[in-house]
Design a protein. Structure first.
Length: 578
């Protein structure tokens, strides 16, 4: 599907609201802190699909770079081959492009820096800032201490530098089993910040890597890799979510304890970088959305256990799922901008995201008619074989969209919900002996109700006031207007009515089993719907407002020429109450 012009990024810094990150960057530019450069990065782990929370980070990192004529790198944090795959790499690249952003230069991988990272680790050992530890993972946790009690030094902390270098080289050569040794920073086991208690920098993992194959059997940790990768890429502003705030001292410690000249030489700009300013980490609050699970582990579990059909299931909060459901890049970017950037954690109401997509589709989606639960109606005042083509606006507020041709014949379908033999109070649609207008067409009157032997309504016979095409009927007021589709020309389609996947506000609460909070009505499939032919004409849009029903899009994965499938993006109005 080709993105329309409205989905392209067109940053305008002067019209954007300020936030603490934009203000920080403005101050840095005013003082030429980084030589007038703004260079950010988006560093996803390729261990799953991006979700709506990542969209906020994408919009921020790519956005502030574009606003300041800067650069933003896409760098995959691929340091854990046990959970990563090329599928995730490809999906992440596709989703970022779909959102309308473009990274600077080639796609980057932390694994591309493995040789440099290894050399810098040796440098830390040589400076007595790192050592090889033989404690098992369980023993290391015991030695680490607690939030209220200091940790204890590893028995290997005093190992001689030469011995550490030799062991580290043998780790790299693959001489030891997984878990036999690790490389740890030598900082302070009594630090109140647990992340500073001699954290692990390298682990042994005899696993094949999706980028480097079997070249390596030791892999660096994220905390060690991230800061050095930022330095190599000359990142000026390393923007992270708040859970990394307690990791910032380690980020700074690693860079401060490496040779600055070596970092400068290893950087993209090399010795020409003058002055060379080490990158700094700044944290912002991540996006949390109610009625949603955002933890990647839970999302993966739902995919693996077939709670959903895949990462792109339209009920998932993944960008692939939202895209398949019919959410637009514009709506997602507008939503992220409306949420704002702060340092305070908060939960955003799902209604804000739903408002963003309704607002965008109300403006851009052409209108068509689709009958979800058809009831056949014979218009007795038309001859057999009668056919006429009505011209209706594609959008009631945008004449530039043009008009569409809607065929009308002797038989039409209306929705069963638009007829009631025994109507409730206030019912303004079709009843026996009553009148309604077929949208954009004639006023009809129900003259006869057709039933089968069991009393089930099979159809209606209606008269047609042939003088009411585009006119009001004389001497009477018709209150009801119903949508319809020609029985002879309508196209059978499958329609999937998607709703929120969870029916509790916080399915990730500590005392809640999120799998017990699944909304049983999150998907309802209708196999007998009928849509007007313009929705599937050559060159037609892929997203529509089905009049009086909601916003729908043609399913990108399951549709076929014989059985088109439409997904409900969102209802016309919010049916949920928080």
């Amino acid at each position: 599907m080709t993105d329309s012009a409205r989905d392209k990024v067109n940053p305008s810094a002067g019209s954007l609201p300020s936030n603490f990150i934009r203000n920080m960057i403005a101050r840095d530019l005013a003082t030429s802190k980084h030589g007038g450069r703004v260079h950010t990065r988006f560093p996803p782990e390729p261990n799953g699909y991006l979700h709506i929370g990542h969209a906020k980070s994408i919009c921020l990192n790519f956005g502030v770079a574009a606003e300041n004529d800067g650069s933003c790198n896409l760098r995959f944090d691929d340091t854990n081959p046990a959970k990563e795959s090329q599928e995730f790499v490809d999906a992440i690249k596709e989703n970022i492009t779909w959102l309308g952003f473009h990274w600077s230069g080639p796609v980057r991988f932390s694994s591309s820096y493995f040789d440099q990272l290894y050399d810098f680790a040796r440098q830390l050992i040589e400076r007595d800032k790192a050592f090889v530890c033989s404690l098992s993972a369980e023993q290391a946790r015991e030695y680490r201490g607690t939030l209220t009690e200091p940790g204890r030094d590893s028995p290997d902390r005093g190992r001689a530098t030469a011995d550490n270098l030799a062991l580290f080289a043998r780790m790299k050569a693959g001489e030891f089993a997984d878990g036999s040794y690790s490389l740890r920073a030598k900082i302070d086991m009594a630090s109140p910040n647990i992340n500073m208690r001699d954290p692990v920098l390298y682990r042994i993992r005899h696993l094949s890597h999706h980028q480097t194959g079997d070249t390596w059997c030791i892999y660096p940790t994220y905390d060690y890799t991230h800061c050095i990768s930022d330095a190599i890429e000359n990142i000026t502003h390393s923007l992270c979510t708040l859970e990394f705030e307690d990791h910032r001292p380690l980020y700074d410690w690693i860079l401060a304890n490496l040779d600055k000249e070596a970092l400068t030489a290893a950087s993209d700009l090399g010795a020409s970088t003058d002055p060379y300013v080490l990158p700094e980490q700044t944290e912002f609050a991540k996006l949390k959305l109610n009625y949603t699970v955002m933890g990647k582990r839970k999302l993966k579990d739902m995919v693996d256990n077939r709670v959903v059909t895949g990462w792109d299931d339209p009920r998932m909060p993944t960008l692939a799922g939202l895209r398949r459901r019919g959410f637009t890049p514009t709506a997602i970017r507008n939503f992220c901008e409306s949420v704002g950037v702060s340092r305070s954690d908060s939960v955003v109401d799902m209604g804000m995201l739903e408002h963003a997509i309704r607002e965008d589709l109300d403006r851009t989606a052409p209108r068509v008619m689709c009958v979800l639960n058809p009831l056949r109606v014979e218009l007795r005042d038309f001859d057999e074989g009668h056919e006429e083509v009505l011209q209706m606006a594609k959008h009631p507020k945008d004449e530039a969209m043009g008009r569409r041709s809607v065929p009308l014949g002797r038989e039409v379908f209306i929705d069963r919900a638009d007829f009631a033999e025994n109507p409730p109070p206030g019912f303004k649609r079709l009843v026996p002996g009553g009148e309604v207008r077929l949208r954009g067409a004639y006023v009809i009157r129900c003259e006869e109700v057709l039933k089968d032997a069991d009393g089930t309504i099979q159809g209606l016979i209606c008269s047609v006031d042939l003088a009411t095409l585009g006119k009001r009927p004389e001497g009477r007021k018709v209150k009801g207007v119903v949508h319809w589709v020609s029985a002879a020309h309508g196209i059978p389609v499958k329609v999937r009515l998607y709703d929120r996947l969870f029916n509790v506000e916080n399915p990730e609460a500590k005392d809640v089993d999120y799998l017990e909070c699944l909304n049983p009505d999150s998907l309802l499939q209708l196999d007998g719907a009928i849509v007007e032919p313009s929705a599937l004409a050559q060159g037609a849009a892929t997203s529509f407002q089905f009049e009086r029903e909601g916003y729908f899009c043609l399913d990108s994965a399951d549709s076929s020429a014989s059985i088109p499938v439409f997904n409900r993006t969102i209802t016309l109005r919010d049916s949920w109450s928080a």
